[in-house]
Design a protein around this ligand. Structure first.
Ligand SMILES: Cc1cc2nc3c(=O)[nH]c(=O)nc-3n(C[C@H](O)[C@H](O)[C@H](O)COP(=O)(O)OP(=O)(O)OC[C@H]3O[C@@H](n4cnc5c(N)ncnc54)[C@H](O)[C@@H]3O)c2cc1C
Length: 305
């Protein structure tokens, strides 16, 4: 069978793409290596997806989004996409259990947050260790928190948290920030942001199942200390899941797909949606929005080719 659209990844972007594709009359298959929901399924409580004033479990929302796409006719194949051939017509998407053929492709494979790899990080993930200030900052309103990292994303996360939290410790291993895009002068003038330079994280401490502090070492003096905080926001970068594209689609320096407002990539008939594309705000609401736009673009492509 040749599908009209093959969606790679069934996170919120992929499931929304599939829903919009099938509702517009296209045949559509989602290829997903795990289960429905991607990163969203790891979110115990989503407080900022509109329509849920009491919050919603990311896992439950993922099951419902998947069900909705399937009820309108989308198909799910559980497999990992390992290779693609976009020069062929139809396009070929390869998995260990066989090839899938489609006239158009929507890449919605998401990102993975880079980890510190220190003791306590995995143990307290979701209990004070976070990779997203927009997602979790509100849980620590009025509290002391730490942000780890020195690039743009760390600076943006710290700036966001400074508006919510009591004190934000920005821990960076070098003696100056690498952040380029923000107004560093304005940032430095924020009373409740404390810079902790030349410092690396040794471990994240906890008590009663929650983060209670971050233990750091000064790389110049060797001094060790613990900063008491309720949360540690790790902002050392995200790795877009684009390896399987093997350089066949234009990416930015971080590996994120470059796509325009219509979600079109550098390859005709190949679209990108959600966290995997270069964007400013990686959230469920922006992922679903991208998915709808990508499906509309795939419909236009299939109508004219
Ligand atoms: C712990 C946590 C908490 C969060 N909290 C919030 C929040 O409160 N509010 C909010 O709006 N956002 C939150 N986010 C961010 C939000 O979850 C993401 O922005 C959103 O899930 C992105 O959707 P996506 O579909 O683009 O990608 P993803 O959710 O990353 O989904 C991508 C999917 O593609 C699959 N995939 C990847 N590579 C392949 C391959 N080669 N073959 C097959 N399948 C593949 C993955 O398995 C995954 O299921 C949170 C994220 C995390 C990790």
């Amino acid at each position: 069978m040749i599908y009209d659209v093959c969606v790679i990844g069934a996170g919120p972007a992929g499931m929304t793409s599939a829903l919009y594709a099938v509702r517009s009359g296209l045949s559509c298959v989602m290829v997903e290596k795990l289960g429905y929901g991607g990163q969203m399924a790891q979110t115990p409580e989503l407080q900022n997806y509109p329509g849920f004033p009491e919050g919603v479990s990311g896992f439950d929302l993922a099951q419902d989004m998947g069900k909705q796409a399937e009820e309108f006719g989308a198909k799910l194949i559980r497999a990992e996409v390992t290779n693609i051939d976009f020069s062929a017509s139809p396009k070929v998407i390869s998995t260990p259990s066989g090839d899938i053929k489609a006239r158009s492709v929507i890449v919605a494979s998401g990102v993975e947050s880079r980890k510190l790899g220190c003791p306590g990080e995995a143990e307290y993930a979701g209990h004070g260790v976070s990779y997203c200030a927009t997602c979790d900052g509100n849980f620590f309103r009025g509290k002391d928190v730490a942000v780890i990292g020195g690039g743009n994303s760390a600076a943006v996360e710290a700036q966001y948290l400074a508006g919510i939290c009591k004190t934000v410790y920005l821990v960076h291993r070098r003696d100056t920030l690498r952040a380029a895009e923000i107004d560093v002068k304005h940032f430095a003038s924020l009373d409740n942001v404390k810079f902790v330079f030349n410092s690396i994280v040794d471990r994240i401490e906890g008590a009663d199942g929650k983060v209670s502090g971050v233990c750091i070492s000064n790389v110049s003096t060797g001094e060790k200390r613990t900063i008491p905080v309720s949360a540690v926001f790790v902002a050392i970068g995200k790795t877009p899941a684009t390896e399987f594209l093997q350089g066949n689609v234009d990416l930015d320096s971080t590996g994120a797909i470059l796509a325009n407002d219509s979600m079109a990539t550098s390859v005709p008939g190949v679209f990108a949606a959600g966290d995997v594309r270069q964007k400013n705000l990686r959230q469920v609401v922006t992922a679903t929005s991208d998915g709808a736009i990508a499906a509309k673009s795939a419909l236009q492509w299939c109508t004219h080719h």
